[in-house]
Design a protein around this ligand. Structure first.
Ligand code: PMV
Length: 318
């Protein structure tokens, strides 16, 4: 058996700071990478007697034979798309996937796993894909599961940097005027983004003028937040987060669990808090600083957060 070189790839999680949902309708959004959680893919030489590509999904405790998976299986789709772009057959290797990014909770887990697979397989093939190609691949796979993704998830996890994002336009890099301390509280309720996105669409179809006004108001908040982030005017961000959340409530994508965590964070001293991502469950974010981070974390746990991630975001990713 030839000794094949091992290769690996990884990608961080992400959170949307401002603009979710409205971004699907052309408004801007801002998202940042969360490097405290990562998806990692490793390619190793096949074991003796192995046929075809074997996927070892560690967190799911699943060993999957690539050839047996349906086309729309997310891991198979990631492998297939990557091989197509590289113009190769799926190699006979063991592909191990691990991720510390909570799934189905707005942290970009699906896009990060695809990005990690694309990086590992392309490195193994001796032709590592660049960030733009990785982002495109992750977008393609997201579309299978998510219907009409705006493209923000794949962009942030592939580039690993804060972005100002408008659907259909090249992502703009966002340079932060200072570090940002974000606490991410997980409600523990997983909620498919696709359902929330299609419910918002139905609401928009029923009352387009009214809902478009909400989208535009969110877009304006995002533009103001961009200016505050770039100049390091952190004190302006908390109130903008609260305003953005009020609009998301109007879009009916909050939930009692999210509301409980958001109220607890603000009561404990966070200068702002909001849901992040598709909503209805998943994660919320709170803006903290070194003086109140511990108290806000404790309050989030007390209010039922199953996990709290504390992350400091810098311009280059964190
Ligand atoms: O739940 P997430 O993190 O995948 O974010 C979804 C963000 C939406 O704006 C609701 C949808 C999208 O495709 O941008």
């Amino acid at each position: 058996m030839p000794l094949l070189p091992a290769a690996s790839g990884q990608a961080p999680g992400k959170v949307i700071l401002f603009g979710e949902h409205a971004v699907v309708y052309g408004q801007p959004a801002i998202a940042v990478p969360v490097t405290d959680v990562q998806a990692i893919a490793e390619v190793e030489a096949s074991a003796p007697g192995q046929t075809g590509l074997l996927i070892d999904a560690r967190d799911l405790e699943q060993h999957l034979q690539f050839d047996d998976l349906p086309d729309d299986h997310p891991l198979a789709a990631a492998v297939r798309s990557t091989c197509r772009v590289l113009g190769i057959e799926a190699p006979t290797v063991r592909l191990t996937i691990r991720s510390t990014i909570p799934v189905a909770s707005g942290l970009g887990s699906g896009a990060a796993v695809t990005a990690a697979i694309a990086r590992a397989l392309s490195a193994y093939a001796g032709r590592p894909l660049d960030d733009a190609a990785v982002s495109e691949l992750a977008f393609e796979v997201e579309r299978i599961h998510h219907g009409t993704p705006s493209g923000i998830d794949n962009t942030v996890v592939a580039f690993g940097r804060p972005v100002y994002f408008v659907r259909g336009q090249p992502p703009e890099r966002l340079r932060l005027g200072g570090p940002l301390h974000i606490l991410i509280g997980d409600t523990g309720a997983s909620s498919p983004t696709k359902t929330a996105v299609s419910d918002v669409r139905r609401m928009w179809e029923r009352a387009p003028a009214q809902i478009e006004a909400v989208f535009r108001a969110i877009g304006e908040i995002v533009r103001q937040a961009r200016a505050a982030l770039e100049t390091g005017a952190v004190d302006r961000l908390g109130p903008l987060m609260n305003e953005n959340h009020a609009h998301l409530r109007t879009l009916e994508v909050s939930s009692p669990e999210l509301e409980r965590l958001i109220s607890a964070a603000v009561a404990a001293g966070a200068s702002g808090a909001k849901l992040s991502g598709g909503g209805r469950g998943g994660n919320m974010i709170a803006l903290a600083d070194s003086r109140n981070a511990e108290a806000v974390t404790a309050a989030l746990r007390q209010a039922g957060a199953v996990k709290v991630i504390s992350t400091v975001v810098h311009s280059e990713g964190n």
